[in-house]
Design a protein around this ligand. Sequence first.
Ligand SMILES: Cc1ncc(COP(=O)(O)O)c(C=O)c1O
Length: 380
Amino acid sequence: MLINVFVPKFHTEEVLEEIRQCLDKGWTGVGFKTVEFEEKWKEYVGIKNAHFLNSNTAGLHLAVRVLKKKFGWKNGDEIITTPLTFVSTNHAILYENLKPVFADVDQYLCLDPKSVESKITKKTKAVMFVGIGGNTGKYLEIVKLCKKHGLKLILDAAHMAGTKINGKHVGSEADVAVFSFQAIKNLPTSDSGMICFADDGLDKKAWKLSWMGISKDTYKRFNNNKGGYKWKYDVEDVGFKYHGNAVAAAIALVQLKYLEEDNSRRREIAALYDKLLEGVKGVEIVRTAPDCVSSRHLYQICVNNRDEIMQYFYDNDIYPGVHYTDNTEYKMYSYAKGSCPNAHKKSEQLITLPIHLRLKDSECKKVVEVLLEGLKKFSK
Ligand SMILES: Cc1ncc(COP(=O)(O)O)c(C=O)c1O
């Protein structure tokens, strides 16, 4: 049996029942279940605004776009960001002709506040923080830093569904938090995401931009407005087709019910890895920040000879992941190559061990066994 890094678990019968409601009603687009899920999500994360989108990538783009427009940022203005992320984070900055300025990461693989502060210039407008693997790192220091320097804070919370900081769900401290419900995330759907603005006005702008810049959505037109003019709307902006749909929201509604339970199991797996790897020479475990209860989207370690060890895993039918390649190694971001030495070093050592809800304890033990063999074989 092969062991994969991620395998999503769906509550199939319950999900099918929710989807059936969409089909029976004849409503699979925006509205109906999307509205219901937004309400449930707001309650769960304790943020007063939420809009369901077709991805986190769309949400990050909207976040940057809405802030740029509201605060009059100019092309070429800067957002400080991390090189250790999926490229969506940084592409979202480029979509709006702003410049990603890379700061280095700390021991948690999140932005290091000291490095961030050293990168602030007159052109800096915002910080984009990624809670990698569900970890908060020194996020609260970044929140303070942004306040001190008058910078906006965008939280790429793609991995953070269920992450708590000092006992409270993460997200409300940022100007905008964007979650991912992509196929292998902690709350998996087919593909979707959520944008949560702190400010009501910006939230309204994001909603409008997610549906082509149109002033009323189809569901509102369908449900309200009993009189005439159901068909009538204005187009107030050049928006995008970024909203989510009722079928994805139907999946999300069920998965949300199990998120706490699912994340507890993920933390159990992480604790088992911690125990099995305790004191193992040649393995550095990426620890969770002390004030964080992580969603445990990832369990990451650093090793030397990473590529050989990965190959050894593959030879044994185990398929771990790597999160991520230092983005400044990519052609698009090579202008910043060498600017973040710690992120670069870590990105050559990182392995994400398999962590998902179908993984048995015996399989975790097998993963560690193979890792130890690999370390022995390839240790320099
Ligand atoms: C850190 C990070 N940001 C953004 C994204 C993009 O999310 P989505 O696939 O929902 O657009 C991902 C997805 O893998 C991610 O890992």
